[in-house]
Design a binder for this molecule. Structure first.
Ligand SMILES: C[S@@+](CC[C@H](N)C(=O)[O-])C[C@H]1O[C@@H](n2cnc3c(N)ncnc32)[C@H](O)[C@@H]1O
Length: 237
């Protein structure tokens, strides 16, 4: 348990320290493609017309804001462990006049402060690979979803084919830690990013984790030559 708590503490400290540069670096380092990926997740999620949606590891709220703008019937609760990421998120939500639609809560997704069966859908963008205990995080999300609810995950993944696989490794191992380190002043955070991506149990392995925690009809779709992947599953009783 001690080592589990340590990872959460480190992740919280790391995101607190890069929060002010996070949005800029995110869009810059992904050449803006991250917005297109989030949009794909949102498009899929709104098909079931959810009202109450949970955005886990919401960070500065980009995914929650994108959903609120796209689907006027939703109210969204964003959860994140980092106070500084949430402070920036709250400013963006006020600026977009979305404070009645999006509420941000500081919490660790290992232990969500919500009752069972509360949400119509849950989503996580670039968050699950930071969980100190992936299985426990997925089980918590399952617990707070209503029967019939959908669960959507967007995460980086490893392209397997030449030349994308080689380019991706070079970019993530060399360029990204350098650029991220120079701009944010925190090289550690941008060294952690590729490490966490390379060690994440992706594709079929992640589907097995979702299925193991009760999700049904789990599928995944590779995006942009496999650089990112969207996973979807349902809570069926
Ligand atoms: C890469 S950012 C992604 C933010 C946002 N979802 C996006 O699409 O830009 C990862 C976020 O996960 C949060 N996080 C990591 N572990 C967490 C945990 N155990 N509970 C809640 N939030 C967590 C971090 O604080 C950070 O804001």
């Amino acid at each position: 348990m001690e080592t589990l708590n340590k990872k959460s503490e480190n992740v919280e400290a790391m995101f607190n320290s890069i929060a002010s540069n996070y949005d800029f670096l995110n869009h810059f380092l992904s050449l803006g493609i991250d917005k297109i990926w989030r949009n794909k997740l949102v498009k899929h999620l709104v098909r079931n017309n959810p009202h109450c949606v949970l955005d886990i590891a919401t960070g500065t709220g980009d995914l929650a804001i994108q959903l609120a703008k796209k689907h006027k019937n939703t109210s969204i609760v964003g959860v994140d462990i980092s106070a500084n990421m949430l402070t920036i998120g709250r400013k963006k939500i006020s600026k977009g006049n979305l404070q009645n639609r999006i509420q941000l809560v500081q919490a660790n997704s290992m232990s969500l402060p919500f009752a069972n069966n509360e949400f119509d859908a849950a989503m996580v963008a670039f968050g699950v690979r930071n969980f100190e205990d992936l299985t426990r995080g997925i089980a918590e999300i399952y617990r707070v979803l209503k029967p019939g609810a959908s669960f959507h995950v967007l995460e980086f993944s490893m392209p397997s084919k030449f030349p994308m696989a080689n380019l991706y490794r070079f970019y993530f191992r060399r360029l990204l830690p350098f650029l991220g380190g120079v701009i944010s002043g925190n090289k550690g955070a941008y060294t952690y990013l590729p490490e966490s991506v390379f060690s994440f149990p992706e594709k079929e392995k992640f589907i097995a984790t979702m299925t193991g925690e009760g999700f049904k009809e789990c599928t995944y779709k590779r995006l942009t030559f496999g650089v990112a992947t969207i996973y979807v599953g349902y809570k069926r009783l």
